[in-house]
Design a protein around this ligand. Structure first.
Ligand code: Q9C
Ligand code: ZN
Length: 694
């Protein structure tokens, strides 16, 4: 089947036609404007026009019964005919939810919107999409409404995808700030649906105050290991905390799982300014979260709106998500200083709880019996504190929350040319790219630049190839070209030239990702403007350099699971924290990396440097041109399928490397302070394997 393209937007303003009809402080945040404001923002930013508009429909009884009981459905069916008084009474049997004569209709449309999205993605008429819906779904349960939710839109969508599209494995990523306990209950013993949720928890002091929202609820029976909870035990979590959880918990597990479809419970109450979440992650983080999920399942991603109660934060976050689904480069993340201590405790705990279920976590540190730094408070005492904190969300006359101060939506301007190809003349072209010959007579200015850099001694062919690269790099700097694939006679010389050229400006930082064996150009062993990460098989000496990171893997790049672990757990955290303005991806001849893994690498690295990626390959590697160009053009990498276990030696080596580097690069941390202090010193692979000598 041809590569699916396009982003669906499933929306109908009908879903804004219900509201709270009585006084209830717990529910007044859930307003119709949440939906209209989100949609208006998409229109204003020209994004709805770039999406494929997909109509909603009402879900059928059979579809609702995929996740709910008949008794509950029959009860909800009566609500359109109830008096106000009866609606209030009906509402009272559930927690933090309200009914309205029109909510049953809207709830059926919300499910139908999610199912329309799944249909369009699964049949390949679009690649991905967002359903903007009300009421939300992830708190609703088999026989209960809860937390503004009536029917479980995403749970039903997952069951539907399995039943009607033959989907074998579904990943549900719940980035809403609340625990989607309804989704957890639905799939607790089901190994075909992996549910991940992070949520404000505060040691059970935050709503819904459940024991089963903690990190040790991992699923039951055959589903053990397929429920991943990351509790936030403090408010104020930032971009670094969210990214650290993706790099060290969600992504390794998700890639090992190998889903056929990704569903996102896309709640934006986890963004800054939200009166429920009290978190500090900025709206642009959703561009990165989205991008990081877009190469799973061959790009089949369906996002469905859940929470989000600060209208301005919500609208910005929705726009960032859709921009990324459409393929626009994500903005550069702002200063990431690494996860906070409380987030590290959570990460440490969840990795430890799951180590027996996932190969990628097999060597994760055990929890120690140290006293946690974030003290466990008594539930009742804490509940009072949470309630008082919530008073700070001030209300305007209309009942919407006043806007807090956070960065404006960063305007993203996509370059006119997405992908430039610099190829030897005889080489076959790939569609959709701009071509730059490597053999045409070079620009004299560029030649002059090269000779100033001491390159005049090289042979004419390689000099010409280099000279033709320079105008492309300049265009990338001017935002006229986003990325480039160049085939050159000698990758080593070309890489050195590019780094030299890029470093001429003071603010430029280059991340060099060197795949395969050397020779590494000696003049680029790394400095504060050049971070060099070398993925290869040669045993490296344990250099203690911050800017030269050799990742040596046994069997080189052929241990797919090991390489993925290196990519997700080391390269991406380093890259995000370094925050380059250009990524230079170099593949040496005979690098021996499988095409599908190379594509994951190429795709994921485009989350950095606003997608400014320059790929250098050896002239003769013409068979990789179309696979590489496809990734640079924004097509998803093909699914790797479920991953096996990485080679134990490689896991050990990565663990050791992480410990060595985490003093410099805090985004590599995966453990809380108490265990981190003891880990790096006296740590050897063999001491890990043997029981401690008493
Ligand atoms: N201040 C969704 O985000 N409880 N639901 C609020 C505590 C209800 C959130 C009371 C929160 C429900 C979809
Ligand atoms: Zn929520």
């Amino acid at each position: 089947m041809a590569q699916a393209t396009g982003t669906a937007l499933v929306y109908d303003e009908q879903m804004s036609r219900y509201k709270l009809l009585w006084l209830d402080p717990a529910c007044e945040l859930e307003v119709p404007e949440r939906l209209t404001v989100s949609y208006e923002a998409l229109v204003q930013n020209g994004l709805s026009g770039r999406c494929v508009s997909v109509p909603v429909r009402e879900a059928t009884d059979a579809e609702i019964l995929l996740a709910h009981s008949e008794e509950y459905l029959e009860a909800v069916k009566k609500t359109p005919y109830m008096s106000l008084e009866d609606l209030m009474t009906f509402t009272q049997q559930y927690g933090d939810v309200y009914f309205h004569p029109n909510i049953y209709h809207c709830a059926k449309l919300a499910i139908g919107a999610a199912l329309q999205l799944v249909d369009n993605v699964m049949t390949g008429s679009v690649r991905n999409g967002l359903a903007l819906v009300r009421p939300p779904g992830h708190h609703s349960q088999h026989s209960a409404a809860n937390g503004f939710c009536v029917f479980n839109n995403v749970a039903i969508a997952a069951q539907y995808a399995k039943k009607y599209h033959g989907v074998k494995k579904v990943l549900i990523v719940d980035w809403d700030v609340h625990h989607g306990q309804g989704v957890q209950y639905c799939f607790e013993d089901d190994p075909s649906v992996l549910y991940f949720s992070w949520h404000r928890y505060e040691h059970q002091n935050f709503w819904p105050n459940l024991k089963e929202s903690d990190h040790d609820s991992v699923g039951k029976g055959k589903g053990a290991g397929f429920n991943v909870n990351v509790p936030w035990n403090q408010v104020g979590m930032e971009n670094s905390d969210y990214l650290a959880v993706f790099f060290h918990v969600l992504l390794p597990v998700a890639y090992e799982f190998g889903p056929d479809l990704v569903l996102v419970c896309a709640g934006f109450d986890s963004a800054i300014g939200d009166p429920e979440g009290h978190m500090c992650a900025t709206p642009d983080i959703f561009a990165h979260l989205t991008h990081l999920l877009m190469n799973l399942a061959g790009g089949k991603l369906c996002a469905v709106l859940e929470g989000g109660y600060n209208l301005s934060s919500l609208a910005q976050s929705v726009c960032q998500t859709v921009l990324t689904l459409l393929g626009d480069p994500a903005p550069r993340p702002t200063e990431l200083h690494g996860p906070c201590e409380s987030a590290l405790e959570s990460i440490h705990c969840v990795r430890s709880s799951h180590k027996q279920y996932w190969s990628c976590l097999k060597h994760a540190a055990d929890m120690l019996s140290y006293e946690p730094s974030t003290k466990h408070r008594k539930v009742m005492e804490g509940a009072l504190i949470s309630q008082n904190q919530d008073e700070q969300g001030q209300k305007t006359e209309e009942g919407s929350t006043t806007e807090l101060v956070f960065p404006e939506l960063l305007q993203r301007v996509a370059p006119a040319v997405r992908t430039a190809l610099v190829l030897p003349d005889a080489v076959e072209c790939t569609d959709g790219c701009a071509h730059f010959s490597a053999k045409k007579a070079p620009d004299p200015l560029a030649l002059n630049r090269l000779s100033m850099n001491g390159k005049e001694s090289g042979d004419e062919a390689s000099l010409t190839a280099l000279a033709n690269l320079i105008p492309v790099i300049e265009k990338m700097e001017k935002n006229e070209i986003q990325n480039c694939l160049a085939l050159v006679p000698d990758v080593s010389t070309a890489a050195a030239t590019v780094v030299q050229q890029a470093n001429t400006s003071l603010t430029k930082r280059v991340l060099v990702v060197w795949v395969g064996e050397g020779p590494l150009p000696t003049q680029m062993m790394g400095d504060e403007k050049t971070l060099l990460v070398h993925l290869g098989s040669k045993e490296q000496e344990d250099l203690n350099s911050k800017y030269y990171v050799p990742i040596s893997l046994k069997k080189g790049c052929r241990d797919t699971a090991g390489l993925l672990q290196a990519l997700l757990g080391v390269l991406l955290p380093l890259g995000f924290q370094f925050n380059p303005s250009l990524v230079l991806l170099v593949r040496t001849p005979g690098g021996n990396v499988a095409t599908a893994v190379w594509q994951q690498l190429t795709c994921l690295l485009q989350g950095l440097a606003q997608g400014r990626t320059l790929v250098l390959m050896q002239e003769k590697e013409t068979s990789s041109i179309s696979a590489t160009a496809s990734c640079l053009l924004g097509n998803p990498a093909p699914s790797l399928g479920p991953l096996g276990a990485p080679m134990p030696d490689n896991v050990e080596a990565l663990e050791r490397l992480g410990h060595r580097l985490q003093a410099h690069w805090k985004l590599l941390q995966t453990t809380a302070a108490a265990s981190r202090r003891s880990a790096p010193c006296g740590y050897t692979p063999s001491s890990r394997m043997k029981p401690p000598s008493v």
